[in-house]
Design a binder for this molecule. Structure first.
Ligand code: AMP
Ligand code: MG
Length: 280
């Protein structure tokens, strides 16, 4: 299972030992990869619809996919190609940017808690509460004691969410600095992509090893069974999209979903439909 292959093991995390160009669990080349993702679309959408239908009953279950990664790691690409396979009415997307003044006046989990998926939904966080121990740590935007407190607060919050019926899948999109340079250059070279670039992206790139260290600490301290971390090698876009599709598919398969039984008598309703004439 991809879930087992990409799961971050308990204990010290060493990102340098994970190949960003790897393709664990996939046999084949790019052309095979391009076919493998659409091949899972039908099963993904059927299971998603069953989850959505379950949301109309007392079933509280939902999925939360957390996407984290350096600039150009492909969060947008996963949204377009993998999450794009789902029926949009059953998904709930939230992108986390720099906190607003109002958000900064609250605890860091305040804005995140408001964005959790409703029962039946597949929620996606494009960036997340992890920014509060990543960019915040790298740039000293909070006191060290406060950052230290946050790992435990995250684990407690995620455990509650899981207990309430949320399957949490946290993905770190792992790229190499060489591939990031190529992708940033591609953004600069293409007038249709220049809007995605900010000069500050190059400053952040300069802090690469500080970010990798902050990720290692977050992946180590917040890697629980209730809310596991996966490292997704993301130098190859097709592998990244396929791997996250596979994680979602395996999670949905494990939920033992089925079509909800109606809480009315089908035959009786058919008879009514035959006999009742619309009033004019
Ligand atoms: P992008 O995803 O490229 O649109 O950029 C969003 C920016 O918001 C990134 O530079 C993030 O680091 C930043 N950001 C997101 N969450 C936080 C946070 N909690 N504190 C500070 N910066 C954040
Ligand atoms: Mg950006």
């Amino acid at each position: 299972m991809i879930t087992d292959l990409l799961r971050v093991p308990q204990g010290t995390v060493d990102l340098a030992s994970i190949d960003p160009h790897g393709k664990p669990g996939f046999v084949g080349n790019k052309a095979d990869g391009a076919k493998a993702l659409p091949a899972m679309a039908e099963e993904l959408t059927t299971l998603q619809e069953q989850l959505f239908a379950a949301g109309y009953t007392a079933d509280n279950r939902r999925i939360l996919l957390v996407l984290q990664g350096m600039d150009t790691s492909g969060k947008g690409g996963v949204l377009k190609h993998t999450v794009g396979l789902f029926d949009p009415s059953g998904t709930q997307l939230k992108s986390f940017k720099q906190p607003t003044r109002e958000e900064l006046d609250h605890d860091f989990l305040w804005r995140v808690d408001k964005a959790v998926p409703e029962p039946g939904k597949v929620g996606i966080f494009d960036r997340s509460h992890y920014e509060d121990v990543l960019v915040v740590k790298v740039h000293d935007l909070a006191m060290p004691d406060e950052i230290e407190r946050r790992y435990g607060a995250i684990n407690t919050w995620e455990k509650t969410l899981s207990d309430e019926g949320t399957t949490i899948i946290k993905c770190m999109l792992h790229i190499s600095p060489e591939v990031q340079k190529e992708r940033l250059l591609a953004r600069l070279d293409d007038p249709t992509k220049q809007w995605k670039f900010k000069p500050a992206d190059i400053d952040e790139r300069g802090l690469w090893s500080a970010y990798q260290q902050a990720y290692e600490i977050a992946l180590e301290r917040c890697n629980t069974d209730a809310a596991p971390w996966f490292v997704v090698p993301s130098d190859r876009k097709w592998y990244r999209n396929w791997a996250i599709g596979s994680l979602l598919l395996e999670a949905l398969r494990g939920m033992d979903l089925s079509w909800p039984k109606p809480d009315y008598d089908v035959e009786e309703q058919k008879k009514r439909l035959e006999n009742e004439v619309p009033r004019s």
